[in-house]
Write a protein that binds this ligand. Structure first.
Ligand code: ZN
Length: 183
């Protein structure tokens, strides 16, 4: 039931991503499921990435951000704090234990970094099976916009042992913050 809802959120994320307008919902559903499974099964080779705490995340709509040169993850303390409050307000503590928002944000960014490695990226594209071109027996796979995001959320959920996908939290936070800024 909860897994179904998380999958529904993932499909909605894909549907709202440019290049997917008008695509068959069944195809989006398949991609969302494959991307989630891929993310859940990822085992990252942990590279040491520096973590920097920053503010200004709520304004930018970000929990965290990965920058590759030099490798650093910026965690937005204000967004994390607001999300922790939201978890308490909604009664979602059993899904997102205290401190798990920051841990999930870090895991999410590490997953993005991992998905940038060429062999991982190639495997991911093959799993999604979005064929761009067929040349004789060769197939060239196209990138599925938004799939990384779903895989990163699924990885973070598994790595942090969360009861729901952090996608739920991301969406709820976006709604809460835009409501607050309009009122
Ligand atoms: Zn992301």
């Amino acid at each position: 039931m909860n897994d179904d809802h998380d999958l529904h959120l993932a499909v909605r994320l894909l549907a709202g991503t440019p290049t997917h307008e008008g695509r068959d919902p069944a195809l989006l559903g398949r991609w969302a499921r494959t991307a989630s499974e891929f993310g859940r099964r990822m085992t990252l080779r942990h590279e040491t990435v520096r973590v920097i705490e920053r503010d200004g995340g709520l304004e930018a709509g970000l929990f965290a951000r990965y920058r590759s040169r030099p490798p650093v993850v910026e965690v937005y303390a204000d967004t994390v704090a607001r999300a922790e409050r939201l978890v308490a307000e909604r009664g979602w503590r059993h899904w997102f234990p205290e401190g798990s928002v920051r841990a999930a944000a870090l895991a999410h960014e590490q997953a993005h970094a991992w998905l940038h490695h060429a062999p991982v990226r190639a495997e991911f594209k093959r799993a999604l099976g979005h064929t761009a071109l067929r040349l004789g027996r060769r197939r060239l796979y196209a990138y599925v916009a938004g799939a990384d995001e779903i895989a990163a959320h699924a990885y973070a959920q598994t790595a942090c042992g969360l009861g729901r996908s952090p996608l739920l939290l991301t969406e709820a936070l976006a709604a809460a913050v835009s409501f607050e800024s309009e009122n």
